[in-house]
Ligand binder design. Sequence first.
Ligand SMILES: [Zn+2]
Length: 123
Amino acid sequence: MVGALLLAVSAVASGEAIRGTLLAPEAGKSLQLAIAGGGTVDLELDEGLELTMRDPQLAKRLWELRGQRHEGGRFAVEKIFTVKEGELHRVTYYCEICHITTHEPGLCMCCQGDTDLRELPGE
Ligand SMILES: [Zn+2]
């Protein structure tokens, strides 16, 4: 189990990058990533990132998470990307009316209208 976990982790300049899919979120518990190659890890992330990762529109995505592994195996997430057709995408939300891009799901901060999920290629 631990060996598979280590194999799935590749070193990057700003910590580690892990890829995997989200386990079905349980109420009141931290999110868990099922790592590609085996194993699961508990995620520590701020509210905005957590809202994005809990977005039902993204439930089936493969994620690439960058951050730091803490003692006890928890992974402190600093950046999140979706992986589509092997390419990293930034997750954004866009209001067509106000032309405002945000990084969290929810209503537009300006007009309170709906925002559209947009995954933009690149880091
Ligand atoms: Zn708006």
